[in-house]
Design a protein. Structure first.
Length: 339
């Protein structure tokens, strides 16, 4: 199988370089036959079907990929794939329903009631007849015995009472008030890292997980998919913040200019937000973000966000808490890089 897969992969690269998209889709179908659980094959099949002009095939492949992503726990990729369906086929209302139904927050999900225990049939044994009563026993009572005569009366001589000794003198004790000493308690609190290690996440970003089902549906409805090539700038430091972004595929490299030097603050991976700071508090962007490899993001414009916040005021406090956490981590990272 390995040799066949290597040959198919080589053929796929050749057809993609030659822009022979229909043949590339055929090769991907063969690869799917070898690895039917590989969602990336279906995703690329949808991409190349779009380039080949076969819309129906693209929609079918995207649906398959999205379903596999969501079932595997890669919710952000599932959202992005449903967005691809709606971009080429806006009439696909089923994609909208499935996308809004994604929510991996266990605190929001309604737990299902456990099934009732199976009925147990109790077998009652037939009644047992009581045993016969024991035979009566005749008790022989001995005749009463006369009580013995009372003992003679003895006269007791009681001595006269003795006066009690005088009481001992009372000693005055000098008791000073006690002072409570404070108790020192040392808590061993582990140090929390500023940035989550890179790597693909199997859940929705912590910000998304804080939303209710209705809030989540309103957010994903406004997300706009964008694609960037390797090294392409997604947003620039100093620009006005007019949108926030969620990475659905690839890596976003966060770069900030400090004392005429460019410092890489972090590399954001699938499921992570950026750009929300200047959007929420106003002012220019505090850092630039570049695509590291081919990168796809979901953009939420500020106008859409503020419209949603009017409908769901609770979201403002959730976003503010998220901003404070990210801002503190960024300042700490800059201090470390300056050392």
């Amino acid at each position: 199988m390995a040799n066949k897969k290597d040959q198919l992969t080589s053929d796929l690269s050749k057809f993609v370089e030659q822009s022979q998209w229909a043949k590339a889709v055929q090769v991907l179908e063969s690869l799917v036959a070898l690895e039917p659980a590989n969602a990336q094959y279906y995703l690329r099949m949808g991409d190349y079907s779009v380039k080949a002009g076969t819309k129906a095939s693209a929609v079918k492949a995207y649906y398959q990929a999205a379903d596999m992503f969501v079932k595997a726990g890669f919710s952000v990729k599932g959202i992005a794939t449903y967005k691809m369906i709606l971009r080429i086929a806006p009439e696909e209302t089923q994609a909208t329903k499935l996308m809004k139904a994604i929510n991996t927050n266990p605190a929001i999900a309604t737990p299902s009631k456990p099934p009732p225990p199976p009925a147990v049939e109790l077998k009652v044994p037939p009644p047992v007849a009581p045993p016969p009563p024991p035979p009566a026993v005749e008790l022989k009572v001995p005749p009463p015995v006369a009580p013995p005569p009372p003992p003679p009366v003895v006269e007791l001589k009681v001595p006269p009472p003795v006066a009690p000794p005088p009481p001992e003198p009372v000693m005055e004790l000098d008791i000073s008030p006690t002072v409570e000493q404070p108790i020192e308690i040392t808590l061993d609190i582990p140090e929390i890292p500023d940035f989550i290690p890179t790597g693909e996440k199997k859940s929705i970003n912590a910000l998304f997980a804080s939303f209710t089902e209705d809030e989540f549906g309103a957010i994903v409805d406004k997300l706009e998919p964008l694609q960037f090539m390797d090294g392409e700038r997604i947003m620039a430091e100093g620009d006005e913040g007019d949108a926030m972004y969620l990475i659905s595929r690839g890596v976003g490299r966060v770069v900030k200019e400090v004392e005429e030097q460019e410092l890489v603050l972090a590399e954001l991976t699938e499921g992570e937000f950026f750009g929300e700071m200047s959007l929420l508090v106003g002012g220019p962007r505090s850092a630039s973000v570049f695509a590291h490899g081919e990168t796809e993001v979901l953009r939420l414009k500020s106008a859409d966000l503020f419209e949603i916040m009017k409908r769901y005021p609770r979201m403002e406090s959730v976003l503010e808490e998220f901003y404070e956490s990210r801002s503190k981590a960024t300042r700490q990272k800059i201090r470390e890089l300056r050392k």
